[in-house]
Design a protein around this ligand. Structure first.
Ligand code: 6GU
Length: 232
C-alpha cells in the first residue's frame, strides 16, 4: 500500500509516521507513507494556497490550483489514480468499518485542509471521499489524517506483532474491550479476578465476553444498537 498525505504542515505529520507501529510497517515494506507540501505547488511569488471567498465573508478558502497539482503530482509517481480522501468536518464520520474497507486499497491520497474550507471545485473536480473523525472542529485536517493512517495501517497483515491483536480490539467485534491485567497478582490491595488465574480457557473466554458486553452496555449502548441494526 502507498499513502500520500498532502498538507501545508508536513513537519507536523512526519514524526508521527516515523514512530511505533507505523514505522515498523514501513520498514517491513507493508506501506509507504509520504508527506507532500501543498505549498510546493503554489505558483505566485507569495506561494499562496488560499484566497478570500467570492461573495465576501470571513476567513480564507483553500484554492484549487495547488491542491489539484499536488494530487496530480503524487498520482503521476505511479499506481495511477488513487482513492482520494478529503479530511473535513463535513465528511462521513470515520469508524472501524471504514478503516477496514480502506485497508483493502492499494493507494490512498489524503488531502488536509486548513482555513475556512476548500474551494467547492476541489470536491467537484477531484471527486474525493470526505471523512470527518468526529463531531468537533479541528484547525486543520492533519490530526485527522494521522488518525486515519494509524487506524488503516495497523490493520495491514503483519503490521502488529501478534497477528490476532487487531481482532481482539475494541470495535473490531462491535464491542468495547474486556478488562485486562498483568503482573503482579496483587497491587496496592487490588487483586486480579480469580477466573483469569484459573487456567480454564473456556471460563476465561466466557468471562471476557460477558465483561465486554456489560462494559459496552454501560458506556456505549449506541454500539449495541448499531449491531442490532447491522444484523437486520
Ligand atoms: Cl477531518 N478536519 C477538521 N478540520 N476538523 C475535523 C475533522 C477533520 N474531523 C473532525 N473535525
Amino acid at each position: 500500500m502507498r499513502i500520500d498525505v498532502l498538507t501545508l504542515f508536513p513537519e507536523a505529520c512526519e514524526p508521527f509516521f516515523s514512530a511505533s507501529i507505523l514505522q515498523r510497517a514501513q520498514a517491513a515494506g507493508l506501506v509507504e507513507i509520504a508527506c507532500t507540501n501543498i505549498r510546493d505547488f503554489a505558483r505566485d511569488v507569495h506561494r499562496s494556497v488560499d484566497d478570500k471567498p467570492f461573495g465576501g465573508g470571513p476567513g480564507m478558502v483553500m484554492a484549487c490550483g495547488p491542491v489539484f497539482e499536488a494530487v496530480e503530482h503524487v498520482e503521476a509517481q505511479g499506481g495511477g489514480r488513487a482513492t482520494r480522501i478529503l479530511l473535513t468536518p463535513q465528511g462521513k464520520r470515520f469508524r472501524q468499518a471504514d478503516a477496514e474497507e480502506l485497508a483493502g486499497h492499494d493507494r490512498l491520497v489524503l488531502i488536509c485542509g486548513h482555513y475556512e474550507g476548500f474551494d467547492e471545485r476541489i470536491r467537484q473536480g477531484l471527486a474525493p471521499r470526505e471523512i470527518s473523525i468526529g463531531d468537533y472542529v479541528l484547525s486543520g485536517g492533519e490530526a485527522a489524517a494521522m488518525v486515519v493512517v494509524d487506524a488503516v495501517v495497523r490493520l495491514l497483515p503483519g503490521a502488529l506483532g501478534h497477528e490476532d491483536s487487531a481482532g481482539e480490539d475494541s470495535f473490531s467485534n462491535g464491542l468495547l474491550e474486556y478488562p485486562q491485567y498483568t503482573r503482579p497478582r496483587e497491587f496496592r490491595g487490588m487483586s486480579v479476578p480469580e477466573v483469569l488465574l484459573s487456567g480454564d480457557h473456556a471460563s476465561v473466554a466466557e468471562w471476557r465476553r460477558q465483561q465486554a458486553i456489560e462494559r459496552t452496555r454501560r458506556r456505549r449502548p449506541d454500539l449495541l444498537n448499531d449491531n442490532v441494526e447491522e444484523c437486520r
